[in-house]
Design a protein around this ligand. Sequence first.
Ligand SMILES: [Fe+2]
Ligand SMILES: [Fe+2]
Length: 195
Amino acid sequence: MAVIDEVYALAAPYWQTRSNEIHVPEAYDLAKRLLAEIPEADPAIVLPAILLHDVGYARVPEEDQLKGLAGAPSGWEPDITRRHEVEGARLAGEILAEVGYDAERTRRIQAIVDGHDSRPEALDLDDAVVKDADKLWRFTENGVRIAHAWVGRTPEEFVDFLETRIEGWFFTDAAKALARTTLTASRAAIARDRA
Ligand SMILES: [Fe+2]
Ligand SMILES: [Fe+2]
C-alpha cells in the first residue's frame, strides 16, 4: 500500500463527526486538483496534511464542535478552534510516526494542521494549498448543502456569501478559479432543488 493510502486508512476513523467523512475526502480531491495546477507545491506535505487537518474534531465534544466556526449562530468560541488544531497536530504526529513518515516532513505537516483555521497567513506554498483546499470544499454542492446551516444561512444566501469571499479567502489563483467554477455548478444544483 502506498504510504498516502496508509495515512488515509489511519485518519478515516477520526472523520466520523461534523460531516468530516464527506468534507475530508472531498477536500483531498480538491487538493489533488490544485496540486495538478501548482507543480511547485509538495504533494508529500499537502496530501497528508489535508487528510489529517480535522482529525482533532474527534477529540472535541460533539455539542461544542459548531462553536469552532466564525459566524456560527451558537456563538464562536476560538478556543474550540484551537482545541481541534492542537489535538489534530498531536494525532497527526502519532499517525505519521505509525507509518514511518519522514521526521522533517512530519513537523511541517503538524505545523500546518496546528494553524489551519486560526492562522490567517500561510506559512508557505504547501500551507496555502491546504488552506485553499479546505475552504474550497464549502463551494462544492455537498459543502453548500452541509455548511449553510452551520452559519444560519439559506443555501442561496450562503452561495452569495461565498462569492464575496473568493478574493479574500484564497491564496492561490488556481483556487480562486476553481472556486468560481465550483460555485456556478453548486448554484445550479440548488436552483434545481427549488424548481
Ligand atoms: Fe478545521
Ligand atoms: Fe476542514
